[in-house]
Design a protein around this ligand. Structure first.
Ligand code: CAA
Length: 256
């Protein structure tokens, strides 16, 4: 079976669904490879304006595939293809909205943190249980969690393997909304529709700028923001946006 299902949801929106139900959507290398390919294609497709990533109604993902991982030794893990795949996933340039139900653990939580916006079902549980396996998070968990929810809570997750409930994840800023589980995808689609109607070059620049806030010192982040801001003055969509405002009509953006 295809480890990631892909479906179009109306104008400009793609839904990617992790599809390894018998393994709680564990992120096998084949799954990550497929996901990286699908995101790469979506990035290059001008018709796609936003992507939703979900594991469906029951589980987001229970982490790296523990059975696959067991076959590695200290040498083979160094040559693993996975870091390259994670990098490709993280570099997706269009809005990526995660719709998370059930367990979101280990690599699953790291994948969720690759999303730009997270919508959680009330039953979602977030965790980095790698410590229980004698390892630590290996795809960004120890770096992105403290930047997102703060050091003490990140330490609890990484050292004690504590889970966060959806409500806690909301309070701590890991997710932006909590909805009944059956509504996560609908809520993500609603948000994706709003974003899909915005000028795509500006959306891409906005994502790049906000993302850079996680990496850059403030002065460099501000410089990047200003450079992206000025670049957008070269776009037809900027002229259209300002003209439509002046003429009191809805803008028609074309991604140019
Ligand atoms: N990898 C491979 N298979 C997994 C899996 C995983 N991460 N998680 C669950 N499965 C499989 C189980 O082996 C089981 O398969 P069988 O039916 O063949 O036995 C099936 O999925 C169902 O699992 P459970 O019976 O355990 O389901 P549950 O609902 O009782 O519990 C769970 C769900 C709490 C997620 C539990 O499965 C679990 O703790 N999974 C492992 C979570 C984990 O440790 N994740 C971290 C992985 S390490 C990592 O991610 C490293 C990294 O980032 C780099």
């Amino acid at each position: 079976a295809d480890p990631v299902l892909s479906s179009r949801e109306g104008e400009g929106i793609l839904i990617l669904t992790l599809n390894r139900p018998d393994a709680r959507n564990a992120l096998s290398t084949a799954l990550l490879e497929r996901l990286a390919d699908l995101l790469g294609a979506a990035d290059a497709d001008p018709e796609i304006r936003a992507v939703i990533l979900t594991g469906g109604l029951k589980v987001f993902a229970a982490g790296a595939d523990v059975k696959e991982m067991a076959a590695h030794d200290a040498v083979s893990i160094l040559a693993d293809a996975r870091p390259r795949l994670w990098k490709a996933i993280r570099e997706f340039g269009k809005p990526l909205i995660g719709a998370v139900n059930g367990f979101c653990l280990g690599g699953g939580n790291e994948l969720a943190m690759c999303c730009d916006i997270l919508i959680a079902g009330e039953d979602a549980q977030f965790g980095q249980p790698e410590i229980n396996l004698g390892i630590i998070p290996g795809a960004g968990g120890t770096q992105r969690l403290p930047r997102t929810i703060g050091r003490s809570r990140a330490m609890e997750m990484a050292l004690a393997g504590s889970f966060l409930s959806a409500r806690e994840a909301l309070t701590f800023g890991l997710v932006s909304r909590v909805v009944p589980p059956e509504l996560t995808i609908a809520k993500a689609v609603e948000l994706a529709r709003v974003i899909a109607a915005k000028p795509p070059l500006a959306v891409r620049a906005a994502k790049q700028a906000v993302r850079a806030a996680e990496e850059l010192p403030l002065s460099e982040g501000l410089r990047l923001e200003r450079a992206l801001f000025c670049q957008l003055f070269a776009t037809a969509d900027r002229r259209e946006g300002l003209a439509a405002f002046a003429e009191k009509r809805p803008a028609k953006f074309e991604g140019k």
